[in-house]
Design a protein around this ligand. Structure first.
Ligand code: ATP
Length: 301
């Protein structure tokens, strides 16, 4: 095999709670992560050296100007890591067709890195299983192992301890992101300065629901929570307003994903979600807005 093309799906956090901090400063999470059908296409071709090109789809609000085209790109780092691990002297030409908004709380970089690991394993016939790929992936970033497994999972530890879950029942997702780039590190620092009160373990509740008999859109919506939403919304009140607007437009639930600024709304009805998408585009002309769905683990090939 000389070249390969892989879909690298984005994720949203249906729940995101912080349960503590490790001695090295990393935050301990409890989060239900869910892949969605917004994806980058990662093209890989055998070559003598590593090279990387970013091709941005031209939709507004994507913030792709922050994506580096050199060794700082996490996809490049993933290639370096796996080639070194396998003792391969050759390289790979990487073309990232970016559709996932960057610095958005959608794991855009992590999913590209996961696709590069999976792709190079196939391209060079390494035969690494997902356990081995996750072991490499966590060295690149805490979200990379989830992006390797895909589908739906409860993430604990720094986000790397994963329990694979059945996906929720079908829903239509409206995803919106303003053209502001949020720094994940700054959001966590601001969170640390807050005194956070007791709250219900909605990650645990949703895990039980999904494991027992599945969760429909109403059940999932009742469990949505993100402790970082307050912090990011303090900085950008418009994010909270966008979630409110989605609910007005018929979403069963709406929430910021990760450290933001992306916001998603869950809809039961296709006509309603498309109307809501048009209305969001009118209200927030600079924003990236799209309709997508959940991706199950078996679709993350
Ligand atoms: P996460 O949810 O994992 O914290 P995110 O979705 O908020 O990530 P990314 O899209 O991964 O954010 O971008 C975070 C930063 O990573 C960007 O500011 C960008 O400079 C850098 N970066 C490096 N490689 C990539 C890549 N392949 N795609 C996007 N961003 C990248």
């Amino acid at each position: 095999m000389e070249d390969i093309s892989i879909k690298a799906y984005a994720k949203i956090n249906l729940t995101l709670d912080i349960t503590g901090r490790r001695e090295d400063g990393y935050h301990l999470l409890r989060s239900i992560m869910q892949q969605i059908s917004v994806y980058d296409v990662v093209e890989l071709k055998k070559a003598d050296d590593i090279s990387l090109k970013v091709v941005s789809s031209n939709a507004s609000g994507l913030s792709h100007e922050v994506v580096p085209e050199d060794a700082r790109n996490i996809a490049w780092k993933a290639a370096e890591l796996i080639l070194k691990e396998a003792g391969i002297s050759g390289g790979v030409e990487i073309i990232l067709h970016k559709n996932i908004p960057a610095a958005a709380g959608l794991a855009g970089g992590s999913t590209d890195a996961a696709a590069v690991l999976r792709g190079i394993s196939r391209l060079y016939g390494l035969g690494y299983d997902s356990g081995k790929l996750c072991e490499l992936g966590v060295k690149l970033g805490a979200d990379v192992p989830f992006c390797i497994l895909g589908g739906t999972a409860l993430a604990e530890g720094i986000g790397d301890k994963l329990t694979v879950l059945p996906s929720p029942e079908k829903a239509y997702i409206l995803l919106a992101k303003l053209p502001v780039a949020v720094s994940t590190r700054q959001v966590y620092e601001a969170y640390d300065a807050l005194s956070v009160t007791e709250r219900e373990d909605l990650s645990g509740r949703l895990t039980e629901l999904l494991m027992d008999h599945g969760a429909d859109i109403k059940a999932v919506s009742a469990c949505l929570m993100n402790v970082l939403a307050e912090v990011t919304q303090d900085q950008y009140p418009v994010i909270g307003q966008m979630a409110g607007k989605m609910k007005e437009l018929g979403a069963e639930g709406a929430l910021m994903s990760g450290s933001g600024p992306s916001v998603f709304g869950l809809f039961a009805d296709e006509i309603m979600v498309n109307k809501a998408c048009d209305a969001m585009k009118k209200s927030y002309p600079d924003a990236f807005c799209t309709v997508c769905g959940f991706i199950g683990g078996e679709e993350n090939d």
